[in-house]
Design a protein around this ligand. Sequence first.
Ligand code: NAP
Length: 277
Amino acid sequence: MKTIQLSSGQSIPVLGLGTWRMGEAIAQRQQEIAALQQGLDLGMNLIDTAEMYGEGGAETVIAEVIAQRRESVFLVSKVYPHNASRRGAIAACERSLQRLKTDYLDLYLLHWRGSIPLSETLEAFQTLKQAGKIRDYGVSNFDVADMEEANTLPGGEAIATNQVLYNLQRRGIEWNLLPWCQQHQIPVMAYSPVEQGRLLQNRTLKAIAQEKGVTAAQVAIAWLLHQENVIVIPKASNVTHVKENRAALDLKLSPDDLQALDRAFPPPVKPVALEML
Ligand code: NAP
């Protein structure tokens, strides 16, 4: 699997496995475990989760998946903004580690900005890193002003990534956030790469996919993988979807394909506030 190097020197796979909506229903559990296992078997060795997903349920699903192969997985979790205080973030991380049945996270993110001062969260993240509980830390749903502010705070320079909404239909970050992150060598993790399935109904995308003999999801994911310094984390509970998403890594889009996609999904022509799901 192709990787991107974080500023700490750690390597992160460019294509991983999202887990939002997992761990919410017992009836789905075996299917979710099978899908994540399939993804790892195919080399998608990055799992993205959060204490929010299934209120800890997704982390308990993941515990079963990684039990026999923790070292080969790049594991990401996130802290709720209301837990992200100096002490609260440390306690939240400990709870995530317990649910995940592991003793470290590869990356720990602030899920979105809340009212707790960012300086406190960064202090907690540094403490967790020094204690070996997390190998890297970062943020999510941060726009340029938030990134600039974080960058001025102690520990802000070590922010490893910013996880944001980015897909063909949501290209606003190309105006200034993506260039800002690229200049600061901070990879962007693109969440909801198929817009939670809604993008797949787009007529133009379907037509482009059909012409190439692939699926709309594969074109959408391959397009993101063609962007510089971008990591993509589609969520799939269905094994067939996982296989398709993995195959998107090998899908080459030609300059003509990229132009056709630009016509169908134009890049921003003015600043756009960061969108969130
Ligand atoms: P997504 O990955 O864009 O879409 C997931 C949906 O698409 C699921 O319904 C899935 O169906 C379907 N799907 C996946 N692959 C498919 C394929 N090849 N063909 C057809 N359908 C396919 O949306 P997301 O879950 O919102 O985003 C991905 C991950 O990003 C999340 O799971 C989470 O880890 C992260 N995220 C982070 C934030 C944040 O605030 N930081 C916000 C949103 C998401 P099945 O499940 O049935 O396979």
